[in-house]
Design a protein around this ligand. Structure first.
Ligand code: DAK
Length: 258
């Protein structure tokens, strides 16, 4: 693994844990932190003993958005040429599930990052928002699209047009996130959830992620077709044989990832 300045990485029993570590600016996402994050995700994605990745921040802030100081004087051309979005978009190439464990501020590009992950958990102090309107801009890293699909048009309109922030409980009730945990337990419980997923059949997990993303991104007919193809392909794997034999032989399955 490369050495990083703005993130911390460690392995927690089949989970690649990545901690955004720019606490003085509430983990504002500059180009370097994003580059390091994507590099670490790609690294863990290739490791055979890792089943999922978890991105977190600190108790006060998951990430307060893109770094405003790096954008303030930019022209449209400079923003178009910025490597921010190409780097941000690399998260879509990651095959293993990614969980975002959020505490404190999850704003702007921070929420767009969390929504680019596959599951979101939160501490009870988390708050979610797209406050770009306060800066005279709109979300540009997927916020208008992913938030609308996650919570529906009316609420997305209110969050983006009028900076409505959601508490963790609200985000849970609107289907934006998976779980809310007490502040002193959220990281441990989120890691446990990632570990549970990591212990499951690796190829089926990655295939399921890809099929669910097809539902999120495309139309129903294409999604159904893709699901069927992926389903058939899994019958070429040792894990399918093992999973079904283990069920019939009334024993736990041992996954090989082949
Ligand atoms: N950028 C830079 N610095 C930030 C920051 C941010 N997003 N958020 C916080 N900080 C810094 C503050 O400047 C301050 O630094 P110092 O003054 O101590 O040096 C420090 O973090 C602590 O912040 P505050 O003093 O403001 O702390 P408070 O507790 O009073 O308030 C807050 C916390 C998170 C509510 C507040 O800091 C805040 O409102 N932050 C800004 C939130 C925001 O507007 N987020 C959206 C950013 S825009 C792109 C696509 C998308 C994007 C970019 C490019 N392309 C297509 C190329 C994404 C854009 C965004 O995310």
């Amino acid at each position: 693994m490369n050495s990083y300045q703005l993130i911390l990485t460690e392995t927690k029993d089949r989970v690649g844990l990545i901690t955004l570590n720019r606490p003085k600016s509430y983990n504002a996402l500059n180009q370097q932190i994003l580059t390091e994050l994507m590099d670490a995700l790609a690294h863990f994605d290739k490791q055979k003993d890792i089943g999922s990745m978890l991105i977190t921040g600190n108790q006060k802030s998951f990430a307060a958005g893109a770094d405003i100081s790096s954008m303030v004087d930019s022209s449209p051309e400079e923003m178009r040429k910025s490597p921010f979005i190409p780097t941000f978009g690399l998260i879509r190439d990651i095959k293993k599930p990614i969980l975002a464990a959020v505490s404190g501020y999850c704003l702007g590009g921070g929420l767009e990052l969390a929504m680019s992950c596959d599951l979101i958990t939160a501490s009870e102090t988390a708050s979610f928002g797209q406050p770009e309107i306060n800066l005279g801009i709109i979300p540009g890293a997927g916020g208008t699209q992913r938030l609308t699909r996650a919570v529906g048009k009316s609420l997305a309109m209110e969050m983006i047009l009028n900076n409505r922030l959601l508490s963790a409980e609200e985000a849970l009730s609107f289907g934006l996130i998976n779980h809310v945990y007490p502040l002193d337990e959220y990281l441990e419980r989120s890691i446990e959830l990632a570990q549970q997923i990591s212990r499951r059949a690796p190829l089926a997990i990655q295939t399921a992620k890809s099929a669910i993303n097809a539902a999120f991104e495309g139309n129903l007919s294409e999604g159904l077709e893709k699901e069927r193809d992926l389903f058939y392909d899994l019958f070429a794997t040792e894990d399918q044989q093992e999973g079904m034999k283990a069920f019939l032989e009334k024993r736990p399955a041992v996954w090989s990832g082949r």
